[in-house]
Design a protein around this ligand. Structure first.
Ligand code: MLT
Length: 243
């Protein structure tokens, strides 16, 4: 069982992921926000890779039951009902709703991996559950970090390292790690013991705090507090039902 990490979506094209088992990670904040939405009863999240496409999808949806969510430069987009703060995605706001989500890096990374056979979303909130599911699936895994505008970001890589360590605990020597996987584990071992600090001091964490989102950063630093497995299928993300 081979595990490979992509530090950003820039160096692979859509077809690379065809028929693969892929996990997309955007700790700050997109995959954490999707988890919050599904946890609070959203019917589905529809990730899109442009604001224009978000508008197009929303025009064709039922008013009231569909919300536009997302951000540009961390802030809510004009005309959208929700930003990309997981704390906005409360039961009252999202229960029973379909959410069309556009974000700078995260939603685009999910769309990029759309040809995967299995495509799961992961953040620190559900890292243990994702590992348990993948260990049972027993297939090679591609971990796609959303990164920051085509570049490496430390928080997604540490989360990838955490996922690999959880997998290693379950699969032992069966797990074959690429160089990028080994580097992710080393980073998690070096810095992952104080996630609050890492997430507050990384580049994107600092920007979020400057823009008033300290509470989001704290929320995103919670580890394995949800059993949810958000799974992308036919254009929408829903919780995977495990028989
Ligand atoms: C992204 O997709 O780049 C992020 O989720 C940005 C953010 O809202 O913090």
């Amino acid at each position: 069982m081979k595990v490979n990490v992509h530090f950003s979506p820039l160096h692979s094209d859509e077809l690379y992921f065809t028929a693969k088992t892929t996990v997309v990670i955007d700790v700050l904040r997109a995959t954490t926000t999707v988890l919050a939405a599904l946890h609070n009863g959203a019917k589905e999240v529809i990730p899109v890779n442009s604001v224009e496409f978000a508008m197009k999808v929303s025009v064709n949806s039922f008013g009231g039951q569909t919300l536009l969510g997302g951000e540009r430069n961390t802030k809510k987009i004009e005309g959208f009902q929700l930003g990309n703060s997981p704390l906005e995605y409360s039961k009252e706001a999202v229960s029973g709703k379909s959410i069309i989500l556009f974000t700078t890096n995260g939603s685009k990374a999910i769309v990029k991996a759309k040809f995967s056979e299995t495509l799961l979303l992961c953040s620190f909130l559900n890292v243990k559950s994702v590992a348990a599911y993948l260990a049972n699936l027993n297939k090679d895994i591609e971990i796609l970090c959303a990164g920051k505008t085509g570049s490496f970001c430390i928080e997604d890589t540490i989360c990838a390292g955490r996922l690999i360590t959880e997998l290693k605990n379950l699969k032992g020597e069966e797990l074959e790690l690429t160089d990028s996987s080994k580097a992710s584990v080393i980073l998690d071992n070096a810095y992952g013991n104080d996630l609050q600090k890492v997430l507050s001091e990384c580049e994107h964490g600092k920007l979020l705090i400057e823009n008033g989102f300290q509470e989001d950063v704290n929320y995103c630093a919670q580890v394995s507090v949800m059993d949810l497995l958000p799974s992308f299928n036919n254009g929408t993300v829903k919780p995977l039902k495990i028989p």
